[in-house]
Design a protein around this ligand. Structure first.
Ligand SMILES: [Zn+2]
Ligand SMILES: [Zn+2]
Length: 135
């Protein structure tokens, strides 16, 4: 089975995951814009049981545009958010896909909160735009 490792910028925090993600998503809600410092978050969802974390991490719980909480786990040294737990999916973890630094990683199948995306943003044909988010 494939093993991939997501790392923070300084390398202190790393998360290894085995197997393929159950989904790859982007989200341009305001929390994701601010949290990523970019125009959308890009995350790969795995079962929590497929994840092994090494290094220190701190957590910050926020309320997303959906009204549900998300809990970002980040490196206390460099501040990179490497993984996020979500109220809506208690058995899963969303790994920040950019932290794999793998240019061949799958594109997102959905862009959630597309209604809040930047006007200049064009997504690939394989990415379905969803105005809010799926239930
Ligand atoms: Zn770090
Ligand atoms: Zn979001």
């Amino acid at each position: 089975m494939a093993t991939r490792t997501a790392k923070c910028v300084c390398g202190q925090l790393s998360v290894a995951v085995t197997g393929e993600p159950s989904g790859v998503y982007a989200c341009s809600c305001k929390s994701c814009q601010r949290g990523s410092g970019s125009v959308f978050s890009y995350a790969a969802v795995y079962p929590i049981s497929a994840m092994s974390v090494s290094g220190e991490h701190k957590a910050y719980r926020y309320t997303s545009d959906s009204g549900r909480w998300g809990e970002g786990h980040f490196c206390p040294t460099c501040g990179t958010n490497v993984f996020t737990l979500l109220e809506i999916q208690p058995d899963d973890v969303a790994i920040a896909a950019g932290c794999f630094a793998d240019a061949s990683f799958a594109p997102p199948s959905l862009l959630c909160w597309a209604s809040r995306r930047h006007a200049w943003l064009k997504m690939p044909d394989v990415t379905e735009l969803v105005d809010t988010q799926p239930d």
